[in-house]
Design a binder for this molecule. Structure first.
Ligand SMILES: C[S@@+](CC[C@H](N)C(=O)[O-])C[C@H]1O[C@@H](n2cnc3c(N)ncnc32)[C@H](O)[C@@H]1O
Length: 432
């Protein structure tokens, strides 16, 4: 007998099968027809088991939906809220488990046939089985949940569609070497590489060359760049009237429209006035710094990657770019900015950085976030030191995946922040 949590470590880890969502797959890894769910649910559930007819609940952060097996929460991939599915259990994490829907007995009306034969196999597109509209509804729900639970912030907006809103949007692709040396894509949470399907990756922008070897392929203002040249190439990108030089294999927003959409969102949120001091933290190649300079601000940027910081200096010579960890270099930037824009990596900025930003009392903070959970934590930190969340927009800049980009606008509260800061609670000098 196998009870939750007891056998997961003793059993070999499950290798999931390739085309997982097929209604005709009803046997387990050994080809045996599993016991009925009633029988299974009464006694046991193990990693590797197939649990039939599981009722799927709401969407959760990370591309899963929530279900219960034996009273235990199971995060299930490849499914949609309201479906009934057969679940192969993949991981037992103690308080919860994870699994993959391998057969759909009652599909959601939001389900579609994924456009890519690798959907559910490759780690990239975990929402291809949802229509683009449904996928955006799920993302909006996740943003709302994360912000409410982590920051006490109500979000009732949508995940706004950005063209192209389904396939062909990605201007950067990282291909891995498959066993035969040809380029492929990683399986979900695995080092195993699956060969590209005929016709290549469906979310890659048309014009990205499908290379012969592994590496980064990019579609740039200078045309397609393929490996191995991408490792050393500095290419050009355009946003508004400004040209940005970036490394082909360095950070650049992946969706073809993202740099423009996010720049417009940042400017709308910040409402910059000529002559104001503005900080662009985690500035990369300087996209937001350039936009703020172009509307007359005096701009300082901070970026941890030396190569990107050096390119930002060339891209936005009017700005002062400081190289280093934002948490450390903040004190080298003006302590009285009117505007702070930050676009940290997935983990977020962290409490210390948020406190330091608030301590400098900008009239507006614009936070660009690729992870709503990290955003929620950082908004909570800002709220605790005197900033209110005035607005949050969400953009579907990663169609067919569970990822979503948010832009949050924060302004000082009328009283709390000033009191805290005046009392020295959040002095920048206390950071780190
Ligand atoms: C999401 S990207 C944003 C880049 C830029 N805003 C853009 O849109 O192109 C995050 C950037 O933060 C940089 N970064 C990550 N951690 C950092 C840290 N602790 N301090 C400074 N920069 C950091 C990365 O190198 C990357 O360029």
């Amino acid at each position: 007998m196998c009870r939750w949590g007891l056998l997961s470590a003793a059993r070999p880890r499950l290798t999931t099968r390739s085309d997982q969502v097929r209604s005709d797959e009803v046997t387990d890894e050994a080809g045996q027809t599993p016991r009925s769910s009633a029988e299974r649910q009464s006694t046991e559930a193990c990693v590797g088991d197939l649990i039939r007819n599981v009722a799927v609940g709401d969407v959760a952060h990370g591309g899963h939906c929530v279900a219960r097996v034996d009273g235990k929460v199971v995060f299930v991939r490849h499914t949609l809220p309201g479906e009934t599915v057969d679940v192969r259990l993949t991981h037992d994490k103690g308080r919860f488990a994870q699994g993959d829907a391998v057969a759909v007995t009652e599909p959601s009306p939001d389900r579609r046939t994924p456009p890519c034969p690798l959907a559910g196999v490759c780690g990239g597109c975990d929402f291809q089985h949802a229509t683009p509209e449904a996928s955006r509804r799920l993302k909006a729900r996740v943003v709302a949940d994360q912000l409410r639970h982590l920051a006490g912030v109500d979000f009732d907006g949508s995940a706004e569609a950005v063209t192209p809103d389904d396939l062909g949007w990605r201007t950067r692709m990282r291909y891995e070497a498959a066993a035969d040396g040809r380029p492929g894509l990683r399986r979900f949470r695995s080092h195993e590489v699956v060969p590209l399907p005929p016709g290549g990756c469906r979310i890659a922008a048309p014009g990205i060359a499908v290379p012969d070897v592994a590496g980064v392929a990019a579609l740039t203002l200078d045309g397609p760049v393929t490996p191995p040249r991408s490792g050393s190439a500095v290419v050009r990108e355009a946003v508004a009237d400004r040209i940005f030089r970036v490394r082909a294999d360095g950070f650049w927003q992946a969706h073809v429209a993202a740099p423009t959409v996010l720049t417009d969102a940042v400017l709308a949120a910040a409402a910059p006035r000529a002559g104001e001091k503005a900080l662009d933290l985690y500035c990369g190649a300087g996209v937001f710094a350039g936009a703020l300079v172009d509307v007359g601000c005096r701009v300082w940027g901070a970026e941890g990657d030396r190569g990107a910081a050096s390119l930002a200096t060339r891209n936005v010579p009017e700005a002062t770019i400081v190289t280093g960890d934002v948490a450390r270099v903040l004190r080298r930037l003006p302590d009285d900015p009117a505007i702070v824009v930050l676009d940290p990596p997935r983990a977020g900025a962290g409490t210390a950085v948020m406190r330091a930003i608030c301590a400098s009392q900008p009239r507006v903070v614009v936070y660009v976030a690729c992870d709503p959970a990290a955003l929620g934590r950082d908004l909570a930190a800002a709220r605790a030191c005197g900033y209110d969340v005035a607005d949050v927009r969400a953009y579907d800049l990663f169609p067919n995946t569970h990822h979503v980009e948010c832009v949050a606008t924060l302004r000082p509260t009328r009283s709390g922040g000033a009191d805290n800061i005046a009392a020295g609670t959040y002095s920048r000098g206390h950071e780190r």
